[in-house]
Design a protein around this ligand. Structure first.
Ligand SMILES: C[S@@+](CC[C@H](N)C(=O)[O-])C[C@H]1O[C@@H](n2cnc3c(N)ncnc32)[C@H](O)[C@@H]1O
Length: 456
């Protein structure tokens, strides 16, 4: 059934069987098979020059499922396959059992283990695959079911672990550690590590450990099974380089978007003619001028002793809690849409910054990309992903003179909408505080020039 020719039968029919057998537990393990065209594309990324002098090439597919990357090496690069030793690691019992029924399983060593706890003395020349992604937890809100003991072990082992870390970040760290010098890591992963704060340590780790090249593949690769914007990470371990390249895969070809020969783990953004122009026309960043704080999150509200769920009898003594649905561009609906209330005298126990009139910003959603900003004159308490701006007392930015009315008009404008869309693409649904802080903002004069010029 398996032969050396590239026309051999693909694994897709076996993937369909496995998908049907494990439908209920699929998400708990982050099981999504990689489309074959992506497997082929990633295998073609292997830099053969770096391994040309080697007689034995060690290739590992972590989280291997049915080992379709290893099998792909055989299909596409027979000369590499002929001098390789193949290894896979898979934790899911059902997939292990099924893979054993396939003849190809005799051609690689399968470790039936959790990759994140897997120990080996072997170092690899190529690590390739599609690791699971998701936040590890037993909570029903999160994918990747993981006991708190195991999660604690992960936290102890992985130095890039941070905040609500996603397992794919730990898969990257582990794989870097298992590479030989000049070894190549090729993973398809969510693109969130490019921009989110929780991956700052991972970005630093990548930049300190070698050369990183990213090919953005966008939100369509795993649709309709998974709604995630992905990127192909090509990483080569080296003490000599810390460069970064960002490219995009579009219309069957690859366009380089950005290069940095001295990358130190900074956020990786898309830069376009438009974003460059707006950056040049604005002298400030929102985070220079304002402290930006986020509202209490829903779990905090639910656990808060001062919060009441349901309409109180003496309603005049209470404030409603507002959330994103109360906020539109330049407009706040002060009705209770959340069902949560707090006694007026207790509202300052939630967050200090609700007490003064200030600008609030709701998140731009991916489809639209628009921010919703408005002025909260009544200083009601908020919950959820709402950002609150309070002006810094900073002499250095004392000549930032745009009025708050004009600033609101700018924040709600198409200029900002386009900037966000072009800079962060489809990577996340929501903007993070870091992204908001980095938003360019104009002085009064600069805003007048931007408006007078109209289209950029
Ligand atoms: C996204 S799927 C990829 C499967 C296959 N490599 C492919 O690309 O089609 C991730 C695989 O990782 C396995 N997996 C999840 N957590 C794992 C872990 N901690 N260690 C090893 N394998 C794991 C899942 O069972 C699943 O087979």
């Amino acid at each position: 059934m398996y032969t050396n020719q590239s026309t051999v039968i693909s694994l897709s029919k076996h993937q369909d069987v496995v998908n049907n057998n494990i439908e209920n537990t699929k998400k708990d393990f982050g099981i999504f098979f990689t489309p074959e065209r992506i497997v082929n594309f990633m295998i073609e990324m292997i830099d053969m020059k770096k391994i040309s002098s080697r007689n034995d090439v060690f290739i590992l597919e972590p989280a291997c499922g049915l080992a379709q990357f290893l099998y792909g090496v055989k299909r596409i690069k027979p000369s590499l396959y002929n001098k390789s030793k193949l290894f896979g690691v898979e934790v899911n019992q059902d997939i292990q059992n099924y893979s054993k029924t396939l003849p190809f399983s005799k051609e690689y060593a399968l470790y039936k283990e959790d990759y994140l706890l897997f120990e080996t003395n072997i170092h690899f020349d190529i690590i390739i695959g599609n690791p699971p992604y998701g936040i590890p937890s037993m909570s029903k809100h999160y994918k990747i079911k993981t006991s708190s003991e195991t999660k604690q072990l992960y936290k102890n082992i992985y130095k890039t672990w941070s905040g609500k870390y996603n397992v794919y970040g730990a898969f990257i760290e582990k794989s870097i550690n298992l590479l030989n010098n000049n070894g190549q890591l090729i993973f398809i992963v969510p693109a969130t590590f490019m921009i989110l704060d929780d991956f700052k340590k991972l970005r630093n780790y990548l930049s300190n450990s070698g050369y990183t090249s990213l090919t953005y593949t966008g939100p369509d690769v795993f649709k309709p099974e998974a709604d995630v914007s992905s990127v192909i990470l090509y990483f080569r371990k080296s003490h000599k380089v810390n460069s970064l390249k960002l490219a995009e895969y579009k219309n069957n070809s690859i366009h380089t978007v950005y290069e940095n020969s001295n990358w130190n783990g900074e956020v990786i953004r898309f830069v376009t003619e438009y974003t460059k122009k707006l950056d040049n026309r604005c002298s400030y960043k929102l985070g220079d001028i304002y402290n930006i704080n986020i509202s209490s999150r829903t779990p905090e509200i639910k656990d808060n002793i001062y919060i009441k769920k349901g309409k109180p009898l003496n309603i005049n003594d209470y404030y409603p809690l507002l959330n994103g649905r109360n906020l539109k561009c330049n407009k706040i609906n002060y009705d209770n849409l959340t069902g949560y209330w707090i006694k007026k005298e207790n509202s300052n126990k939630l967050r200090g910054y609700y007490n003064k009139p200030h600008i609030v910003i709701g998140l731009g959603f991916r489809e639209d990309g628009r921010l919703a900003a408005a002025y909260d004159r009544k200083c009601y308490p908020w919950m959820g992903d709402i950002y609150h701006l309070s002006k810094k007392n900073d002499l250095f930015f004392a000549n930032f003179d745009i009025s708050e009315i004009d600033l609101l008009a700018y924040l709600n404008s198409d200029y900002v909408k386009r900037y966000i869309k072009e800079t962060y693409r489809e990577i996340t649904y929501h903007l993070s505080i870091t992204q908001l802080k980095n938003l360019p903002v104009p002085s009064d004069k600069e805003w007048k020039i931007i408006k007078a010029r109209g289209k950029m």
